[in-house]
Write a new protein. Structure first.
Length: 474
């Protein structure tokens, strides 16, 4: 399987090389602001001329804001706009003429998925992240596995060994396409985007199914235990990296607040003491992010390497973050990152990831008899089933229901598409209705309305129904 994969390595540049990398990032920011100002000036001019009653054909010619079009304008005017442009690689200016305007236009026209994107804003020298992307020129990993070569900057030593990528390049299974430098937490990183021919082994249990229920008390609850990741009952502990670092973050933040910071009114640079204190605080945030990312990679890699089918829920993380009582804990857990990593790791292994519908009642359904509760408040952590007497942890019950759902899923695995046998999702303003638990083991999350045929299909969709195809569960 040929995929695009990035290999990220920390760098140990010399002071001269660090200044060169910072100059390239500054050139990228300058090119971005120049292109945005040019496009904005033309748009404002056309709008003003239209307000004067000028005919549309006599207005100032529009300026195409695609990166190739802006690059042509830059090449014609770079000697006047930036006489020092030769000090940096031409790739820094090309990466600065980003696709922000094209993405904004696509979002406004409905061609870009996700939230509506606002008009791009100018990048500040102090607040904008420092990054630059190289696509041409000398971009390679040296044979000694301790250096990388970048345009203009030359040979830079890496903080860690690059043998993982160097071995693939020597074997002919990887090819470097581009490299991106970035400064995070006071350290420089180089991320090499490569075209990799992966041949990962299949999962150890290709026919096994596991349900994963994410939470705050426990990071994940698995329907079956996983050696080295969970305990004997399937609970994966939540490390709570941000909570453990909160005391140090408060101390660092107090140190920063007690020093004179940058003056936004006149643009004066902050004192060196404030910059050092701010760097120390940023390093704490960076360490928390690294610890969280490392733990999530270990969890998702173990799941993809062991099981052939993984079932998760389509969580409304944005809506959950609106609850101020649990917002910090949810952000610290990284629910969206777990699903993102699972999405591409299962493809490498040849397994599949199934995402349950957002309104699938995994917590309200009994994993033993299939009865559905009408309500289950969040503070109730133990699920008790009245018809069969099952008493089980709420999250463990949800993970087992997700695993049972997979047996009849025939769709693509994307959220809301579990095939024709999945239950219809209820609206946000509709409650889950339970049914008579004595004659059916079906998962029922719909209203008991509609024709006999519709209700029979819905009931028999997720689990077999003992009532028969010609009967309706009451």
């Amino acid at each position: 399987m040929i995929v695009h994969q990035a290999y990220r390595f920390a760098l140990d540049p010399t002071p001269a090389q660090a200044r060169a990398l910072s100059a390239h990032c500054g050139a990228t920011r300058f090119a971005f602001n120049w292109g945005l100002a040019l496009v904005k000036a033309v748009m404002d001019q056309r709008e003003a001329e239209a307000g004067y009653g000028i005919a549309p054909e006599d207005l100032t010619p529009p300026l195409h804001w695609s990166p190739p079009a802006l690059r042509k304008v830059w090449n014609r005017t770079k000697d006047e706009v930036a006489p020092w442009w030769a000090e940096c690689s031409k790739e820094s200016y090309s990466s600065g003429l980003a696709r922000a305007l094209s993405n904004w236009s696509a979002s406004r026209n409905g061609k870009r998925a996700g939230r509506p994107m606002g008009f791009p804003r100018f990048k500040s020298k102090r607040r904008a992240s420092r990054s630059c992307r190289f696509t041409t020129g000398p971009i390679r990993v040296e044979a000694d596995c301790r250096h990388v070569t970048l345009p203009t900057s030359g040979r830079i030593r890496t903080h860690e060994s690059t043998r993982k990528l160097a071995r693939r390049i020597d074997a002919g299974t990887a090819r470097v396409l581009s490299a991106t430098i970035r400064c995070e937490g006071g350290r420089w990183f180089c991320s090499s985007t490569c075209e990799v021919n992966r041949s990962d082994p299949p999962p150890a249990q290709p026919h096994a199914v596991i349900g994963v229920d994410l939470g705050v008390t426990h990071l994940a609850v698995l329907s079956r235990p996983l050696l080295g990741i969970s305990d004997a009952t399937g609970f994966v502990p939540n490390p709570r990296h941000l909570a453990h670092a909160s005391a140090e973050l408060r101390r660092r933040s107090r140190t920063v607040s007690r020093k004179q910071g940058p003056d936004k009114r006149n643009g004066d640079r902050p004192p060196r003491r404030w910059e050092r204190a701010n760097q120390h605080r940023n390093r704490v945030h960076h360490r928390v992010a690294n610890l969280r990312r490392d733990g999530l990679h270990k969890l998702t890699t173990a799941l993809a390497a062991e099981f052939g089918t993984i079932a998760v829920e389509d969580l409304n993380v944005a809506g959950m973050m609106r609850n101020r009582r649990v917002a910090r804990a949810i952000a610290d857990a990284g629910f969206a990152e777990i699903r993102r990593q699972l999405a591409y790791k299962v493809r490498w292994r040849g397994s599949r990831l199934l995402v349950a519908d957002r309104w699938f009642p995994s917590s309200k359904t009994c994993s033993g008899c299939g009865a559905v509760k009408a309500k289950l408040p969040l503070h109730v952590r133990v699920f008790r089933c009245e018809p069969c007497g099952l008493k089980i942890d709420r999250d463990l019950n949800a993970s087992r229901n997700l695993a049972k759902m997979v047996s009849c899923a025939t769709g693509t695995g994307e959220a809301g598409d579990l095939g024709s046998l999945s239950p219809k999702g209820r609206g946000a303003d509709r409650k889950t209705h339970s049914t008579w638990a004595g004659g059916c083991e079906a998962f029922t999350s719909h209203r008991a309305t509609g024709s006999v045929e519709d209700r029979t299909i819905l009931h028999s969709g997720v689990m077999p129904c003992r009532c028969g195809p010609d009967m309706v569960c009451r």
